[in-house]
Design a protein around this ligand. Structure first.
Ligand SMILES: *[C@@H]1O[C@H](CO)[C@@H](O)[C@H](O)[C@H]1NC(C)=O
Length: 348
C-alpha cells in the first residue's frame, strides 16, 4: 500500500490539471439549479430588454454613442494613414444573429455613409445568463486598455457599453475584465492540454489579450487588441466579466467588489471568414467551428443578439476592425465564476 501512494500521486498529478483546466468540460456540466436559474433569467429577459430599449434609444445616449464611435474610427484611421474617402466599409445589421448574409448590407451602403448610418441604428442591450462560465479566466489581470502586447494579428478595437438594467442608464465605475485567445487560438496564462502546447510552461507567465478597464460616465470601456483566433470546439469569441464596487490596487489590478456579469461576445461569420484568410490566422491548425455549431452562441442568441456591430477600418481586413456592443447587467447580481489560474500563481 505504501508503495502505491507515490504512484497514485504521479497518476493524479498528470490527470488532474487536465480535468481542472478543460474549459469545454466545465461548460458542459450544469446542475439542475443552473438550468432553473437560466430558465428564470430567460423568462425575465424579454421584459428587461423592451423596458430599456426606449431609454437607450433616447437622444442623449444614442447621439453620444454615434459621435464617440465615429470620432474613434476617424482617429484610428488618421493614425494609421488610411484615407477616409477610400474606405470600404461594412457593418452588421442589428437584430440578426445567425445564418444571415451580411454582405448585402455592406454592398447596400453608399460610398460615403454618414456617421448615423455607420454607427447609429437601434441600440439594444445584450443580457447574458451566468451559465456561460468563463473558461481560462485568470484572476489578477492588469487594468490597461492595450491588451495586444506583441501578438501578431488583425487589430481589433472594442468598445463595450455597460447598461444598468435596474434603471436602463449607463453604468459608470464598473470594472470590465476581457480575455480572448490569440490569432492561433491560445489563451495566455494557462497551460493545459486543450490550450495550445501543453508543454509550453512559459505560457503560464504570459498575459497577452487580457485586461481590465473601468467604465466612464457613459458606461463605456475600450480596448485595443487583435482579432481572436478560433480553437477546437468553439467559434471566435471574447469573454468578459463585470465587477461592481471594486477598487484598483497599487500594483494595478482589482481588489474587492462583486461580480455581476459573466458573458461572451461573438462576431459575424463573414467577418471571421475574412480575418482568417490572413496571416497569422492561416497558420492555426486547430479545427474551426462555425457560428452555427457553437453551442454557447446558440444559447445566447435565443433571446438576444450577442454579436459585435463593427466597421472595417481600412481597405484591407488587416487594417483592422472597430467593434462595439451594449450589454445590460443587474449590478445587484452576485456570481462566483471559477478562475482557471491567478496571475503570479496565488490562490484562487
Ligand atoms: C499564441 O500563443 C502561443 C502561446 O504563447 C504561441 O506559441 C503562439 O505562437 C501564439 N500565436 C501567434 C500567432 O503568435
Amino acid at each position: 500500500m505504501l508503495l502505491l501512494s507515490p504512484f497514485l500521486f504521479l497518476i493524479l498529478s498528470t490527470i488532474l490539471p487536465n480535468i481542472v483546466a478543460h474549459p469545454e468540460k466545465q461548460e458542459d456540466v450544469r446542475s439542475p439549479q443552473d438550468i432553473q436559474a437560466r430558465r428564470e433569467f430567460l423568462h425575465g429577459a424579454g421584459d428587461t430588454l423592451s423596458r430599456c430599449r426606449s431609454a437607450l434609444n433616447g437622444r442623449s445616449i444614442s447621439e453620444k454613442a454615434i459621435k464617440r464611435r465615429a470620432q474613434w474610427a476617424r482617429a484610428l484611421r488618421a493614425k494609421d494613414g488610411i484615407l477616409v474617402d477610400k474606405l470600404s466599409l461594412g457593418r452588421r445589421d442589428f437584430g440578426t444573429v445567425l445564418n444571415t448574409d451580411h454582405e448585402q448590407h455592406r454592398s447596400g451602403l453608399g460610398s460615403h455613409p454618414s456617421d448615423e448610418e455607420l454607427f447609429g441604428g437601434r441600440i439594444d442591450c445584450v443580457l447574458q445568463p451566468e451559465v456561460t462560465v468563463g473558461p481560462y479566466w485568470v484572476k489578477g489581470e492588469m487594468v490597461r486598455n492595450d491588451i495586444a502586447e506583441d501578438q501578431p494579428g488583425t487589430p481589433l478595437y472594442m468598445e463595450l457599453q455597460i447598461i444598468d438594467t435596474t434603471n436602463c442608464q449607463p453604468l459608470s465605475g464598473a470594472f470590465v475584465d476581457v480575455w480572448q485567445a490569440n490569432a492561433t487560438g491560445v489563451y495566455s496564462g494557462v497551460v493545459s492540454r486543450s490550450n495550445g502546447n501543453r508543454y509550453d510552461l512559459a505560457n503560464k507567465e504570459r498575459t497577452y489579450n487580457r485586461g481590465i478597464q473601468k467604465t466612464d460616465s457613459d458606461g463605456v470601456v475600450a480596448f485595443k487588441s487583435i482579432f481572436p483566433g478560433h480553437y477546437t470546439g468553439r467559434t471566435h469569441h471574447v469573454h468578459l466579466i463585470t465587477t461592481i464596487d471594486a477598487g484598483k490596487t497599487s500594483s494595478g489590478t482589482l481588489s474587492g467588489g462583486h461580480i455581476s456579469h459573466v458573458g461572451q461576445v461573438f462576431f459575424d461569420q463573414d467577418l471571421t471568414d475574412t480575418v482568417e484568410q490572413d496571416y497569422p490566422y492561416t497558420t492555426n491548425t486547430q479545427p474551426r467551428t462555425p457560428n452555427r455549431d457553437d453551442r454557447i452562441m446558440q444559447e445566447e442568441s435565443e433571446t438576444m443578439d450577442p454579436v459585435f456591430k463593427y466597421v472595417w477600418l481600412g481597405k484591407k481586413a488587416t487594417d483592422g476592425v472597430l467593434a462595439w456592443i451594449t450589454i445590460g447587467i443587474d449590478p445587484r447580481a452576485v456570481y462566483h465564476p471559477r478562475a482557471a489560474a491567478t496571475v503570479g500563481g496565488g490562490s484562487k
